[in-house]
Write a protein that binds this ligand. Structure first.
Ligand code: PLP
Length: 406
């Protein structure tokens, strides 16, 4: 399909809103993307036409909701090219997916003295669950550092991995630096030494085609709300043979096979990891955002966003005193920067008054801030509906702010 930006923008009603009387420009897409009409209408349709609790009831509404819910599981399977539908588990978000694996994998595979390797550029949600697990299991956390460009020093992996290493966890794309990490290469090194790999794909699936079989990672997580879908839905992909062996994460309805006071047996995949009533409506509506990604084409939007990135970087470079954080050769749709002598919060606040939403602060990645010895950055991040004209408006506003505050 030809990239029709006007059609794409027409799907997102919020883009027509005004903020403080100014046209709304949204550059905080890495935090959460806006929702298209397709998703909003799907949510309404479900409630108006066929709502019921899934899996267990024997009536029309529940059957229809169940079928649609399970169709979305298949859609996700196809979206990431998983081998089987049962390898797709619905969670609340990337954070819950990480917590699930840190707990259930930890219970099964991590012993006292074992090691987990975490990259230095992780979001807190891909650090803290592993720290909690390490504390519980008396395991050790080791760090895979990144260099000044914001590229992981994967040459150090060989010496970091020991016979005690169980798992490496790493973001596919950094939410601060925009670095696209070489997941295939990391997986190749890890698997040679029988180490598993967990990939945090929260910033990746909405920007590039992800094929979990090609990456060969053991786990892959992402959130629907960053992928034009509703809040409260996450995906955990895991290889069947690992998920089958892992302990359940939460107990409750749906995840059991039989319960008695003398013992309980657990349901099969994926239900073993989906205790209780899931976020039925939002999972089904998430299907509509996957349809939209199909319609637009992930490759098409990637090349659109790359052009936006190139333009934004070249314009930002012209601003005196501006420093980028993250200049990896391979990067995507996130730009972090500071301007000498001006606090990032002041820039964010003044941009907001001009109708432009950006993010400021530590971006839930304190170790990245510690690496550079800073408190925070300004971060802009793009989505399928952003335009070059919006970037020009932003650059104009930024120059005005710099002139005012310097
Ligand atoms: N991982 C990365 C790289 C992220 O950018 C985020 C959110 O910003 C998360 C994990 C957490 O995602 P969620 O809050 O949807 O669970």
């Amino acid at each position: 399909m030809e990239y029709n930006i006007n059609t794409i923008r027409s799907y997102f009603p919020i883009l027509n809103e005004k903020v403080y009387g100014k046209p709304f420009i949204y550059f905080d897409n890495a935090a959460s993307t806006q929702k298209p009409l397709q998703v909003l209408e799907a949510e309404k349709r479900i409630h108006n036409e066929y709502y019921g609790n899934i899996h267990r009831a024997a009536h029309y509404m529940a059957d229809k909701a169940t079928a649609d819910f399970e169709n979305v599981r298949q859609q996700v399977q196809e979206f990431i090219n998983a081998v089987a539908k049962e390898e797709v588990i619905f969670t609340k978000g990337t954070t819950e997916s990480v917590n699930l694996v840190a707990f259930s994998y930890g219970e099964k595979y991590v012993q006292v003295g074992d090691e987990i390797i975490i990259s230095e550029m992780e979001h807190h949600s891909n650090i803290v669950p592993w720290q909690l697990m390490a504390k519980r299991k008396n395991a050790t956390i080791k760090i895979l550092p990144f260099n000044e460009q914001g590229e992981l020093e994967i040459g150090k992996l060989d010496e970091l991995i020991t016979t005690k290493t169980r798992l490496i966890t790493v973001a596919h794309i950094s939410n601060v630096l925009g670095t696209i990490n070489p997941i295939k290469e990391i997986v190749r090194i890890a698997h040679k030494k029988n180490v598993h790999v967990f990939v945090d794909g929260a910033q990746a699936v909405q920007h590039q085609k992800v094929d979990v079989q090609e990456l060969d990672a053991d786990f892959y997580a992402f959130s629907a709300h960053k992928t034009y879908g509703p809040n409260g839905v996450g995906i955990l992909y895991g290889k069947k043979e690992l998920l089958n062996e892992m302990s359940p994460y939460q107990g409750g309805g749906e995840m059991i096979s039989e319960v008695s006071f003398s013992g309980t047996t657990f349901n099969e995949l994926p239900y073993k990891f989906e205790a209780g009533t899931p976020n039925i409506t939002s999972v089904i509506a998430f299907g509509a955002s996957l349809d939209l990604l199909d319609e637009v084409g992930v490759d098409n939007l990637a090349s659109w966003e790359n052009k936006l990135m190139g333009f934004a970087v070249s314009e930002l470079k012209k601003i005196e005193g501006l420093r980028f954080y993250g200049e990896a050769e391979n990067r995507s749709s996130v730009i972090s920067f500071n301007i000498e002598g001006i606090h990032s919060y002041d820039i964010g606040m003044l941009l907001d008054k001009l109708g432009i939403a950006v993010r400021t602060g530590h971006h839930c990645a304190d170790p990245v801030m510690q690496h550079y010895g800073i408190q925070g950055t300004v971060r802009i991040s793009f989505a399928m509906y952003n335009t070059k004209d919006e970037i020009s408006q932003f650059i104009k506003a930024l120059k005005k702010i710099v002139a005012m505050l310097k």
